[in-house]
Ligand binder design. Structure first.
Ligand code: C5P
Length: 207
């Protein structure tokens, strides 16, 4: 069973994806980490994030060791990830890795922006996770502070708005719910309630 989970930054999709992976015993791929790894490598090499060819080369030789690196979680790398994610050649270079991950037996959970629409259009379950931008900014701000980053709430909110806009309006793989996605608004839900809503939907789909 493939579970495809999409949604904007800090919507809770990553936490829900990890919980569902653990529940079903499936591996989980945070596909945002792939774009973050490319963004970080570009920053480290002092490359121009708008240079599609340079970004595609980095993506083709994906620095897998960066996927678990703490440095990919900074606000700066999130912004860089969203800039390199605009390039069609980058998205194409990262596609095979995601498709192979999704093809694992007996199942896999992937979260990102275009999983239900582009990477796994035939996924058994598609979820689209949302929350108001203010609530998402509050969550992301807390996470960044906990990691020791010095950043004010207003900056996180402004960055998220820019990122949402860029992710939703790009030509390739824009952030949008698949037609057959089940939407969960986590603005007023804690993680337990959000996972419960997802599991209720998945159970209803399988019976
Ligand atoms: O999910 P996360 O915030 O870590 O993703 C960082 C950026 O990577 C996003 O803003 C988005 O531009 C890009 N991304 C994407 N497609 C995905 C996952 C992430 O374009 N499937």
């Amino acid at each position: 069973m493939i579970i495809a989970i999409d949604g904007p930054a800090a919507s809770g999709k990553g936490s829900i994806a990890r919980r569902l992976g653990a529940h079903f015993g499936y591996p989980h791929l945070d596909t945002g980490a792939l774009y973050r790894a490319v963004g970080l490598a570009m920053l480290q090499e002092n490359q121009n994030l708008d240079d599609s060819d340079a970004a595609a080369k980095v993506a083709e030789n994906l620095p897998l060791e960066l996927l678990d690196a703490a440095e990919i979680r900074t606000a700066e790398v999130g912004e860089a990830a969203s800039k390199v994610a605009v390039h069609a050649a980058v998205r194409k270079a990262l596609r095979g890795f995601q498709e192979r991950f999704a093809g694992q037996s007996p199942g896999a959970v992937l979260d990102g922006r275009d999983i239900g629409t582009v990477i796994c259009p035939h996924a058994d379950v598609k979820l689209f996770i949302t929350a108001t931008v203010e609530i998402r900014a509050t969550r992301r701000h807390k996470e960044l502070l906990a990691r020791g980053e010095r950043i004010i709430y207003a900056r996180v909110l402004a960055d998220l708005k820019v990122r949402d806009q860029r992710d939703a309006t790009r030509k390739e793989g824009p952030l949008r719910p698949a037609d057959d996605a089940f939407q969960i608004d986590t603005s007023n839900l804690d993680i337990e309630a959000a996972v419960a809503a997802a599991l209720t939907f998945i159970t209803s789909q399988r019976t």
